[in-house]
Design a binder for this molecule. Structure first.
Ligand SMILES: Cc1cc2nc3c(=O)[nH]c(=O)nc-3n(C[C@H](O)[C@H](O)[C@H](O)COP(=O)(O)OP(=O)(O)OC[C@H]3O[C@@H](n4cnc5c(N)ncnc54)[C@H](O)[C@@H]3O)c2cc1C
Ligand code: SF4
Ligand code: SF4
Length: 425
């Protein structure tokens, strides 16, 4: 891959991220097929020599901060180090500055095109689960509101509930937190997320950036008829390598008291949304707090069913955690009717038991998943830790291929039709 589609007459249309709006959610870095995006503790940035303008990162970005482009002479492209130090985007270069630097400003920079995929070397084809993740919603999704409150203009919510929704007394703790927006419009759909801005400043003295949390309640509120929503927040006490750390936002949220005020941005997300047409099936595959959007979708379907307004399709849940004690909402899950939702739980660290992951359960249920993979009414949602994504999509691929289906064709269809959604962090 190269950047040739972005260069015209010595001028590069350089892809940049607005550091003032970006909420550092990592979505773009996880999406980019050529690893053009990287980050440090300060900023998310795009490598000019790698980005080919394929636009795959544009619609998944929840804030729109990634859709910035500047015409610069190729020789003066902003380096990654320069971008790491930015507090705001540089202005456009004036035409005389482009000429002075050897460019041809009168020329319209080439339209960004889909760059052709480089042919893979024989035997080097790698499985990249992210390429099957949809960037469009299901056809019957409701229309979402997004970015009503951008990072520069947050709104305030009041905490009206906060409790530990995992078993008390264990090292890992996840909280169910309810926020009320009073009379401020903050409409959300199941699958969307919001950003919370922790108070205070980071090590560089800059205000903390917002952290994203999935909405765990249905569209008509955690408490129906009230302007509120729920979050499922895991207290981060160790980093991804197991070293002790005190996560800034997660600890702030888990320690909130009823009556506290919180700075909120969003809502974000326009593709990880549930289908609404009769008989649409939802397959939910999650670990830990990835259960938040699944809880929201399940609860919306449950309320519709209770009011007799929905002739629902199947709900199939694959839910993983290290132990039963760490699984959010374990108790409430047990009370859902079996004819309403088919629940499959996987625990990877139960003493004396073999390790089981969600993809193991999926393979055990291959016959049921195959029937759903063959059905155009089926929608698949994957949410949780980054590490689960590849194994889960591979399990879907293997189930399809073992039945003689082409995964390239089926995976592509699921992606294009907004029927396979991946949100891992
Ligand atoms: C789309 C999206 C939806 C999300 N939804 C949820 C949600 O519903 N519930 C939820 O709890 N989180 C969710 N997250 C993650 C959340 O945004 C934060 O990243 C997380 O709470 C850690 O933030 P922090 O400020 O506490 O940690 P930081 O202070 O930002 O980080 C401290 C250290 O912990 C590491 N770290 C960050 N997150 C984790 C983690 N989960 N496990 C282990 N180490 C970690 C960091 O790499 C860093 O080294 C979501 C993220 C995205 C992108
Ligand atoms: S435009 Fe494509 S290549 Fe460039 S950063 Fe976005 S996803 Fe990566
Ligand atoms: S807000 Fe957009 S640009 Fe910033 S990290 Fe998330 S996806 Fe990337």
């Amino acid at each position: 891959m190269d950047t040739h589609t972005l260069i015209d007459n010595g001028i590069l249309k350089q892809h940049l991220i607005d550091p003032e709006i970006c909420i550092r959610c990592n979505t773009c870095e996880a999406t980019c097929p050529v690893n053009a995006i990287t980050h440090d503790d300060n900023n998310y940035v795009v490598r000019a020599d790698v980005c080919n303008g394929c636009m795959a990162c544009i619609s998944p970005c929840p804030t729109g901060s990634i859709d910035n482009w500047r015409a610069v002479p190729v020789a003066r492209a902003y380096t990654v180090e320069e971008q790491f130090s930015w507090e705001e985007l540089p202005g456009e270069l004036a035409p005389y500055e482009l000429v002075a630097a050897g460019g041809e400003p009168a020329t319209e920079v080439t339209a960004l095109q889909q760059a052709p995929e480089a042919p893979a070397e024989p035997g080097t084809q790698v499985f990249r689960s992210a390429q099957y993740g949809a960037t469009v919603p299901p056809w019957s999704a409701a229309h979402p509101y997004t970015n009503l409150f951008p990072p520069k203009n947050p709104t305030t919510a009041t905490v009206v509930g906060n409790f530990n929704c995992t078993e008390a007394g264990f090292e890992s703790e996840t909280h169910h937190v309810v926020l009320d927006f009073g009379s401020m419009p903050f409409p959300v759909l199941e699958g969307q997320s919001i950003g919370i801005i922790p108070p205070g400043a980071d090590a560089l003295g800059k205000p903390h950036h917002a952290r994203q949390y999935s909405v765990a309640s249905p569209r008509n509120g955690e408490r129906p008829g009230y302007n509120n929503l729920a979050l499922t927040v895991k207290r981060v006490t160790v980093d991804h390598d197991g070293n002790p750390v005190r996560g800034v936002a997660s600890n702030y949220v888990c320690d909130l008291k009823v009556g506290d005020k919180v700075q909120v941005v969003g809502p974000f997300g326009s593709s990880f949304l549930m289908p609404n047409h009769p008989r649409s099936h939802i397959v939910m595959i999650c670990t830990g707090t990835g259960s938040a959007p699944m809880r929201a979708m399940t609860e919306w379907r449950r309320r519709l069913r209770n009011s007799g307004k929905f002739e629902g399709g199947k709900l199939l849940l694959f839910f993983g955690a290290r132990t039963q004690q760490e699984l959010p909402y374990f108790g409430p899950l047990q009370s859902l009717p079996k004819d309403f939702i088919d629940i499959n739980l996987a625990f990877s660290r139960t003493p004396g038991q073999p390790k089981r992951y969600v993809q193991d359960l999926m393979r055990e249920r291959a016959a049921d998943l195959l029937a759903l993979l063959r059905d155009d009414n089926s929608h698949f949602y994957v949410c949780g830790l980054k590490g689960m994504e590849e194994g889960v999509v591979m399990a879907l691929r293997d189930i399809a291929q073992e039945a003689g289906l082409s995964w390239d064709a089926l995976g592509g269809t699921l992606q294009r039709e907004g029927r396979l959604h991946l949100e891992t962090y």
